[in-house]
Design a protein around this ligand. Structure first.
Ligand SMILES: [Fe+2]
Length: 326
């Protein structure tokens, strides 16, 4: 769930790229942590370190009960599980058998393979393909959790695009890569303090010309961007999907560099989907599930997902294993 899971100092990821970087290149991570390519899983076109999943089994069970509209007692009875064991699992004390997990997956309409893998702490983590640009995940502490914003730009360049801005300008500056001095445009997935608290000051600080927010969202420094709208800026195309569910106004953004044929697109997913889980459906559970499948089926399978919390999976992986996709 938002606010749980991640570890600000324990993980970092930068993904490249059209041109491989040399091992040993040093980059700054959230909280002032310095990572180098030597510490990362490295392939010529991929660099990503492992960070914890945002949600564990207890979080997924809690969300799944709400998605299914069932009480703990009702779900336990239907699945033939001791309600105390289900309660304990939601509180992160796990004693469910494999058979009980499978029955719960059926009752809660979850992807059984992904759900059971999550329960065994073996949720599949995909390899990431080559992106035609650099992505800086900007991981910021907020409350007891960690929230992600993303900076996207040409590797070695001094300007980029910002997706979400984190809870404050101060938090953003702590994790900001020093090589990037300007922002051409900002795109917000949804207006919520942990993701967009620093918006107006970030707009001022980086001279952002346009900050796009989901149509209908109340953001003083933003202008509306709705379903299917595409902004073509330089070599980039950024297309919005309207994905209400977590909140009434929520966008995902597909980022492409059309000239880089064969490269992976990037999906900025906000709090629609996480690796191995989904955002809380605080506005509408049903709409969240509908848009989750709709968006993942609308983009190429090799699309890299950049969520508002946790690590970066791929569309193909989540279509196969995400507990909330059946
Ligand atoms: Fe969030």
């Amino acid at each position: 769930m938002p606010g749980s899971g991640g570890d600000a100092a324990g993980g970092w990821a930068l993904i490249n790229l059209s041109s491989p970087r040399r091992e040993g290149t040093r980059l700054r991570e959230s909280g002032g942590w310095i990572a180098s390519f030597r510490r990362a899983v490295y392939r010529p076109d991929v660099l990503i370190t492992r960070i914890p999943l945002e949600d564990e089994l207890g979080d997924v069970l809690d969300k799944a009960l709400r998605h299914a509209g069932l009480t703990e007692g009702a779900a336990a009875a239907r699945a033939g599980v001791d309600p105390t064991k289900l309660r304990d699992a939601i509180d992160y004390r796990y004693d469910l058998t494999a058979a009980e997990l499978r029955r719960l997956a059926t009752v809660l309409r979850l992807n059984e393979v992904g759900f059971c893998a999550l329960a065994q702490d073996q949720y599949p983590r995909p390899e990431i393909g080559a992106l035609p640009f650099c992505v800086w995940p900007l991981r910021m502490a907020h409350g007891i959790g960690v929230v992600n914003a993303y900076l996207v730009g040409e590797c070695g360049g001094s300007r980029g695009f910002l997706f979400d801005v984190g809870p404050s300008l101060e938090a953003l500056l702590e994790v900001w890569p020093g090589s990037v001095t300007g922002v051409d445009a900002a795109f917000l997935t949804h207006v919520e303090a942990e993701h967009t608290g620093g918006l107006c000051r970030a707009v001022e600080r980086f001279g952002v010309e346009s900050a796009f927010v989901p149509t209908g969202a109340q953001a003083p420094c933003g202008c509306a961007m709705g379903e299917g709208e595409t902004k073509a800026i330089g070599a980039y195309e950024i297309t919005a999907f309207s994905t209400p569910g977590h909140s009434a106004q929520h966008n995902c953004y597909l980022v492409r560099a059309p000239a880089a044929r064969g490269s992976c697109p990037l999906l900025i997913s906000g709090d629609l989907i996480f690796a191995g889980s989904a955002g809380g459906g605080y506005f509408c559970q049903r709409q969240l599930r509908t848009h989750l499948r709709r968006v993942l089926e609308a983009v190429p399978p090799n699309t890299v997902i950049a969520p508002g919390h946790g690590p970066l999976p791929t569309v193909e992986n989540e279509l196969r294993f995400n507990p909330f996709i059946v």
